[in-house]
Structures are given as structure tokens and as C-alpha cells.
Design a protein around this ligand. Structure first.
Ligand code: FAD
Length: 352
């Protein structure tokens, strides 16, 4: 028999947990369904050397500061996962795992949330907070199928050991690309390829500036002033210590994007080639939204149109944590609090 609640939150990473924090404060009944078998969302799946681009206190969720990691200004992913686990326990958030949601359907006054392995829930509203980690994106580059070496995405990168002494091409000029390139700079024959010249934030500023910029942008948009541009307008790469060291040692020399893959490596438009044993695509992610397909919310460009976090095609559904389109900086630890609060308030208003 289907279980009933006010709100079904889908996803138990940072976004789902913060949604729970705010729903609890508003006195709503809710459940969080998470596909993982352990807490932490995507964080336990990243590579060991990953460092946050902001210090701990600036990577905190509402209500509970992230404690500093001893000996590290920029905490690692294991520290974040432990913090999320503690957060979930501290607020006694009702997370059910591992529970994978297969589809959300309209069912009269309710939304029916079907799971693959734990029956059905009937909610009056749904917050989708499933992140992007499960949908790695690799661009359609000519010759990809012909390349005979190893190809992997950021999500499959596990550290430099597997690449020692090899020729490796890292593709991508964001924080993941820069950190993985820095990780490989010493022990491999590295080619780092970026779509445009890498843009570093000034060394004395870090991810806090990205958040401040996103906040200013939100304010400008709210007040009908000119859009100040996305956070990328500040520069894409936070020069965390390993990146700064590799860059300053002259080991991070970026090449422009190549035109195609060959059987043995990559080739630029002018015919220059670089042979590679492995290509690592640090080329981003797409939102994991397949479970919302039954609701038919996609707009003409395949995107789900929203006002803030609320789906335009179904006001009982909110999308949280997927990127700037669901709230400036919403895909960051410090940034997800505000859109989560707005989503919870909106739902409370709808249900009252
Ligand atoms: P996730 O952490 O991906 O959690 C989503 C959860 O939903 C997962 O547990 C997943 O299993 C579950 N799920 C998915 N589909 C279903 C389903 N159908 N049913 C049930 N559950 C489902 N942010 C910062 O603030 N600072 C940083 O330094 C930083 N560095 C980053 C570095 C990298 C390499 C990446 C990729 C991101 C980084 N981010 C950083 C961005 C951001 O904080 C993370 O992407 C974060 O994991 C997003 O949290 P989330 O809860 O939205 O999604």
C-alpha cells in the first residue's frame, strides 16, 4: 500500500538534506528517498585529492558550521561526506536508503512517487534534489569511437596511480579539469586541453568570491537591475594550493581544444597531434531528471522551465541544487540553503 506524506524529497545529498532542514522548521511532514547506500550524496565518489574551493566555514549548510579539517584550509571530499552524515544525524532527517525513485506521476490531489525497490509514496509536493553526478557529459568530438586508448570521465577518475608514466590528455578548464591536471602534472606526460584560455581567480580569493558574486547577482535580478552575469564571469578556476603549485611550476600549460580524436590520440585543426594512452573528460554534467519524465515538464529546448525552484508546468514540483537555473550558486554547499528555504516556504504556502 502507498505511504502518504506532505513532501517527498528525492535525493539525500546536500540539497535534499537542506530541503529537509527547512521543511522540518516549517512543521511539514516529509521523507527523503536516496539511491545511495551511505550518506554524502556524490562526495564519497570523488577522487582522494579533490579539495573544496572554499574553506570549511564557507562550505556550510544552514544551522551547522562545517568544522575545519585539521591541517587543511580547503577540506577534502571525505571531510564533506562526514559532515553531511553528521548533519543528517544532528537533525534526525528521515532519509530512506538505498531507495531509487523510478518515476513521479500525477495522481489526483497527490503526486505518486514510485520507487524501484521500496514501493510507492503519495506526496502533496515533491522536491527533486538528485544532483548531476550520475549524468556525466562528454561532448560529441569526431573520432571518439576510433580512439584505442582509455577514455574516462571525471566521475571515474580515482587518482594518479593508474596513470603513472603514461601520456594523458585532460580535457576541461573548470575546477575539476584544473585539479585533475595538477594531480597528474608530476607523474605523467600531460596534455591539458581547454575550450578557452584557463581563467584563474586571483590567488588571494577563493570560492567565497564566487558565492558573493552569485548573491549579488540574485539581488540584482530580484530588484530588476541589470544581470551581472554568472559566476563564471569572475574566472573559473580557484587556485587551491595543488593547482597553484603546478601552475607556478609551469606544469599547467593549456592547449586549445583539438578538432578530433585519432586512433592514438588527439589532433588539432592544423594537423598537430599528441599521442595519448588515456583521455580524461572533465567536461561537466547534466541534471539527473529522468524520474520526472512522466510529468512532461520539459520545455522546447529539453530543459525544465522553472520560476526559482518551482517547475512552471507543475507547481507542486521543485527542482533544487542543479545549478544557477535553480537558484544562483544552488549547486554549492553554501549556496543551496537559500533556494531550499524558498522552496520549502513555497510548498508550505501551497499546502496551507
Ligand atoms: P548529489 O551530491 O549528487 O546528491 C544527489 C543524491 O541524489 C545522490 O545521493 C544520488 O544517489 C541521489 N539520487 C539521484 N537520482 C536518484 C533517484 N532517481 N532516486 C533517489 N535518489 C537519487 N561545491 C562546493 O560548494 N564547493 C566545492 O569545492 C565543490 N567542488 C566540486 C567538485 C566537483 C568535482 C564537483 C563535481 C562538484 C563540486 N561542487 C562543489 C558542487 C556541488 O557541491 C556538488 O555537485 C554536490 O554534490 C551537489 O549536491 P546535490 O545534493 O545537489 O547532489
Amino acid at each position: 500500500m502507498a505511504r502518504r506524506t506532505d513532501v517527498v524529497v528525492i535525493g539525500g545529498g546536500q540539497s535534499g538534506l537542506v530541503a529537509g532542514y527547512h521543511l522540518r522548521r516549517l512543521g511539514l511532514d516529509f521523507v527523503i528517498l536516496d539511491a545511495q547506500s551511505a550518506p554524502g550524496g556524490a562526495w564519497p565518489h570523488t577522487w582522494d585529492s579533490l579539495r573544496l574551493f572554499s574553506p570549511a566555514a564557507y562550505s556550510s549548510l544552514p544551522g551547522r558550521l562545517m568544522p575545519p579539517q585539521p591541517g587543511e584550509t580547503y577540506p577534502d571530499a571525505a571531510h564533506v561526506a562526514a559532515y553531511l552524515s553528521a548533519y543528517e544525524q544532528r537533525y534526525e532527517l528521515p532519509v530512506h536508503r538505498p531507495v531509487r525513485v523510478s518515476g513521479v506521476h500525477r495522481d489526483g490531489a497527490r503526486l505518486r512517487v514510485e520507487t524501484e525497490n521500496s514501493g510507492t509514496w503519495l506526496g502533496r509536493a515533491v522536491i527533486s534534489a538528485t544532483g548531476t553526478w550520475s549524468r556525466p557529459f562528454v561532448p560529441a568530438v569526431p573520432g571518439r569511437a576510433e580512439f584505442t586508448g582509455t577514455q574516462l570521465h571525471t566521475v571515474e577518475y580515482d587518482g594518479p596511480a593508474a596513470f603513472a608514466g603514461k601520456r594523458v590528455t585532460v580535457v576541461g578548464g573548470g575546477n575539476s579539469g584544473a585539479q585533475i591536471a595538477a594531480d597528474l602534472a608530476h607523474g605523467t606526460e600531460l596534455t591539458w586541453v581547454t575550450l578557452r584560455e584557463p581563467r584563474y581567480l586571483a590567488d588571494d580569493i577563493d570560492g567565497r568570491a564566487l558565492f558573493d558574486h552569485a548573491t549579488a547577482r540574485r539581488r540584482a535580478l530580484d530588484e530588476g537591475r541589470t544581470d551581472t552575469g554568472g559566476v563564471a564571469s569572475l574566472g573559473d578556476i580557484v587556485a587551491v594550493p595543488p593547482v597553484r603549485e603546478a601552475r607556478d611550476a609551469g606544469l599547467l600549460k593549456a592547449q586549445p581544444m583539438f578538432a578530433r580524436l585519432t586512433t592514438t590520440g588527439v589532433e588539432w585543426a592544423d594537423g598537430t597531434r599528441a599521442d595519448s594512452d588515456a583521455i580524461i573528460w572533465c567536461t561537466g554534467f547534466r541534471p539527473a531528471l529522468a524520474h520526472l519524465a512522466p510529468l512532461g515538464l520539459r520545455g522546447p529546448r529539453g530543459h525544465i522551465p522553472t520560476a526559482g525552484t518551482q517547475a512552471l508546468g507543475e507547481p507542486r514540483v521543485h527542482l533544487l541544487g542543479y545549478g544557477d537555473w535553480t537558484g544562483p550558486a544552488s549547486a554549492t554547499l553554501i549556496g543551496v540553503g537559500r533556494p531550499a528555504r524558498e522552496a520549502a516556504r513555497s510548498i508550505a504556502g501551497l499546502l496551507s
